[in-house]
Design a protein around this ligand. Structure first.
Ligand code: DGJ
Length: 717
């Protein structure tokens, strides 16, 4: 991103006690204010976080507040944001305000940097806040630097600390496991601590992703209530600590998980924490999600404004059991479906230990001669002849002990030198803290793209957490491994992005074991779960939609839960980035014709679904029905998805009110995506309604039929 320096408003370079007790620092977006004030003792206090104050003059009345970035060893007895140990074994830190600077990074994006320093020890901390005005998003991180003789030991180094003073706090988390990712649950926070964290290293989010929602005073709904939504942009161990203190004030500390991560910082080196990104909504979760979606597409997501391709993936269609002929047959299926791309999944590589199952071959990135005698090149050519792009699955951070790579380079593998190895999915993790390994991993991608420049897409998988935790490279700095692994990964991904800036990539991690906004600056999309049962997907996609826009959420039609019709399965997948993971021979001719039509409809609706505003209308957590709609930014078009999961016997259906339309416009309502010969039973089908009516009276979208679904196109006339 090219930053345009428009102004430097203030820059004071040394401790300036004359400002203590007077200085206010305001981080503002269109609707939110985060305000700091320097106390008489020079310490920085957060005095406000909430709805934007209309009168600047009122800021002077903000007197209360808590130490903004709480340090260890001083007079507060709750969890600190930072805990360091000096060379003389003293572990206290007292941070005082030195100066602050503000600059406009680009239109609507303002950065504020607050410089703090200790008077007794040469340790400085910079707090960074970037305010995205239109999105009500604030991105914050910290930099720690020192000039002590010996290295400074960092025990805790949060990205952010936020303080709240409300009557009640409700935390919504999204924990789960393989095949049940992003399951929403809410609890009240009372005195004491609640921690959400991960210690898994690489497949770091297998049990819980790095995001949360915090409702104040009552649980926020889609359009009601105050809610702060936060996420850490870090592709590794994270920790969110929520602590309610003796005054019923809540402190939220977000950052890298300090667990087994003491970090030795040499003098003059900067330790930069990852970004913590949050939004604050006073009108429920829907607004907060849309803030994140818009911000991501505009500022964070790789190719955020770009198109996404539909695809056919062979994983569920073949697993490891394929050869050239089978794959060429699937290319034909892809053409018949009308998708843009074919994605070759796991099982195409290794010769000494061919990858015929998940016990061997990982690490040996050369085509298996027996399966693909003419290499990937032949498949790419065939695909091109048929008008398809071609993508390839890789898992370059991992190795099977049964591989040539392991035999040659055991020193590149994270493993305990003096113990038996423990395997997760029969594999081990490569030591990305080692620059040589970083070169190797970059070389996997670069080698394939050099040999086959027509490769148009990668699915980058990561099926194991870091196990057998010991880095042969880091030697006496083992506690650096979790942090340096992620930094090594970013080094690789930076190089990939620099050399292949337009290459779309899917982030996958044995389902969705790894998803965060830093990763999404390198990846265009992610795989939310191996569970593609459409009922389960309604929940999983609901969970991820809280933070991530539809264009990042890969959703494939498979044979999971084939009691659900192909129509139901496809329509759930159409709410994300649509793909298929199924053979046409698994479908009847009618079903195939339906899918073809659905792909066409999806292509027409893509700008609405992928780049429009998402409104979650009915939650699957109600247990019976679910509905979500997408509205184009110009509000001329919308598409509504409705799903009857388990309707009750003789249930009386309520209308569902639509959202986000223009009340003054007239819209034609039309059910699309019908099966051959199916006639729409939607009462309002093909009729014209005002946006006002649709939003106040709504549509009768649900039915009494189990696993029934509808796609309704709403177009202004
Ligand atoms: C796990 C992924 O989630 C699947 O989609 C598939 O790519 C397998 N790995 C392949 O081993």
């Amino acid at each position: 991103m090219k930053f345009q320096k428009l102004s430097v408003l203030l820059c004071l370079l040394c401790l300036n006690p004359s400002l203590w007790g007077r200085e206010s620092i305001r981080i503002a977006t269109e609707n939110v204010d985060l305000i700091f004030r320097v106390g008489d003792n020079g310490r920085l206090r957060q005095v406000y976080l909430g709805k934007k104050l209309l009168n600047d003059a009122d800021i002077q009345h903000l007197t209360d507040g808590r130490e903004a970035y709480l340090t260890h060893g001083m007079e507060d007895y709750f969890e600190p944001a930072i805990y360091v140990e000096h060379g003389d074994n003293n572990s206290s830190l007292e941070l005082k305000y030195v100066s602050h600077e503000e600059r406009i990074l680009q239109e609507g994006v303002k950065e504020t940097v607050i410089n703090l320093a200790d008077e007794k020890y040469p340790v400085s901390v910079k707090l960074y806040y970037v305010a995205f005005y239109d999105n009500d998003i604030i991105k914050t991180h910290t930099e720690i630097v020192h000039k002590e003789k010996k290295p400074l030991m960092l025990h805790k180094y949060a990205s952010s600390m936020l303080h709240f003073n409300k009557a009640k706090y409700f935390l919504t988390e999204f924990s789960g496991d393989w095949a049940s990712e992003a399951q929403e649950s809410t609890q009240e926070l009372l005195f004491g601590k609640k921690v959400l964290d991960s210690k898994l290293g690489s497949r770091a989010n297998m049990f819980t992703p790095p995001f949360f929602q915090l409702s104040f005073n009552g649980v926020a709904g889609e359009d009601t209530g105050e809610v702060l939504m936060g996420t850490l942009a870090w592709t590794g161990n994270f920790r969110f600590t929520f602590e309610v203190d003796n005054y019923n004030c809540l402190r939220v500390i977000s950052g890298i998980n300090p667990y087994f991560s003491n970090y030795e910082l040499p003098a003059n080196n900067i330790f930069r924490t990852p970004d913590f990104i949050f939004t604050y909504s006073f009108n429920g979760k829907g607004v907060a999600s849309r803030n994140f979606h818009d911000w991501a597409r505009q500022f964070q997501l790789k190719d955020g404004q770009g198109n996404r391709r539909t695809l056919l993936n062979n994983w569920e269609a073949t697993y490891f059991d394929f050869n050239e002929e089978k794959l060429i047959g699937l290319l034909d299926d892809a053409v018949k479906l009308g998708v843009d791309m074919f994605l070759l999944d796991d099982g195409w590589f290794a010769n000494k230990y061919p990858r015929c199952n998940d016990t061997q071959g990982l690490g040996d990135w050369v085509e298996t001669k027996e399966k693909l005698p003419n290499g990937i090149g032949k498949l790419i050519d065939e695909a091109a002849r048929k008008g398809l792009k071609f993508g390839v699955w890789i898992e370059p951070e991992m190795v099977n002990p049964k591989s040539e790579l392991y035999e040659k380079h055991k020193d590149w593998v994270i493993h305990l030198p003096n113990r038996d190895e423990y395997y997760f999915r029969n594999q081990l993790v490569l030591d990305l803290s080692n620059p040589e390994v970083q070169d190797y991993v970059f070389g996997v991608v670069d080698g394939l793209l050099t040999k086959y420049p027509q490769i148009a897409y990668f699915k980058w998988d990561c099926n194991s957490p870091i196990t057998n935790i010991y880095s042969p490279y880091l030697k006496d700095k083992q506690t650096h491994l979790y942090v340096d692994y992620v930094r090594g990964l970013y080094n690789v991904l930076d190089r990939v992005k620099e050399k292949y800036p337009n290459l779309p990539m899917m982030l996958c991690s044995g389902g969705s074991g790894r998803i965060d906004y830093k990763a999404l600056s390198y990846f265009t999309e992610f795989w939310p779960s191996d569970n593609t049962d459409p009922i389960e997907r309604l929940f999983i996609q609901w969970g991820y939609s809280q933070f991530f826009p539809a264009k990042t959420i890969c959703a494939h039609v498979t044979t999971w839960n084939n009691k659900a019709s192909i129509k139901f399965r496809t329509e759930v997948a159409m709410m994300g980035k649509l793909g298929f993971d199924i053979k046409l021979s698994d479908m009847t001719l009618d079903e195939q014709a339906y899918c073809k039509e659905a792909v066409k409809n999806y292509n027409r609706l893509k700008p609405v679904i992928l780049d429009g505003d998402m409104y979650r209308l009915v939650s699957p957590y109600t247990g019976y029905h679910s509905s979500t709609m997408f509205v184009a930014k110009d509000r001329l078009k919308a598409v509504l998805f409705s799903f009857d999961m388990y309707p009750r016997y003789a249930e009386r259906m309520q209308n569902v009110c639509l959202k986000g339309l223009d009340a003054t416009k007239m819209y034609r309502v039309r059910e699309i995506n019908l099966m051959q010969g199916q006639v729409s039973s939607l009462r309002e089908n093909e009729k014209l309604y005002s946006g006002d009516f649709l939003m106040k009276v709504g549509l009768n979208i649900f039915t009494n039929q189990k696993m029934n679904s509808r796609v309704i196109e709403i177009v202004s006339e």
